[in-house]
Design a protein around this ligand. Sequence first.
Ligand code: FES
Length: 255
Amino acid sequence: MGTELKFKPKILGFVCNWCCYAGADLAGVSRYQYPPYIKLIRVMCSGRVDLALVLRAFSNGADGVFIGGCWPGECHYVTEGNYNALSMMYLCRKLLAHVGVNPERLRLEWVSASEGIRFAEVMNDFAAKVRKLGPLGKGEGIDENALKSRLEAVTNLVPYIKLVERERLRLPFKSEEEYRKFFTGDEFNRLFEETVAEKLAISRIISLLREGPFTTGEIAKILGLTASEVSRHLNSSVRQGLVRYAENLKAFVPA
Ligand code: FES
């Protein structure tokens, strides 16, 4: 038996009470099988699944995170939380990819209360994909400490990212296709680079410096950035009073 088949991933599923949770229930009473290592958490709407919750799940060792919501147009709340969930999913995937975590580890699907079979199929498919990806971090070739530090850097930035999301990414789209087009297009990439990427790089540098003093070259090597990028971020962090150069150590430390 291959290692991929032996690996039982930890998968956490946030499922909407009104649709996907009932679909899971139906799958259960109809005896449609899906892997027992998928743990479900019931939420009142997929829109309640916060970016910080997903990151916390990964930081606590989840190899995959699933979000199940009502089909578009079927959300039980006027705020159409399922579109918020969709938007959050795209943003979170982008953040994960940015720190080297495979974004396929996060999946969102619509499952209605009557779709017990579909629920089991989606779960089996997601579990197979996560098994193929391997354990979180290991599958990406990132060691445990680096993974912890990268996820911590993103988590520390959540309040800021939420602000950006509210100011710049709350979009009046009314179809999945429009969301997909926007979040996979150039405009979103530009916005992300402009507003989040730089702050994230600084957050990663500060997280790293908490582990000890490092030179520009060492930071670049560890974080997989170029020396000039690190130098630019360090200059800006020094100006903001976040980091300082310790002359006696010939390296940077948190301010
Ligand atoms: S109530 Fe189900 S996704 Fe909003």
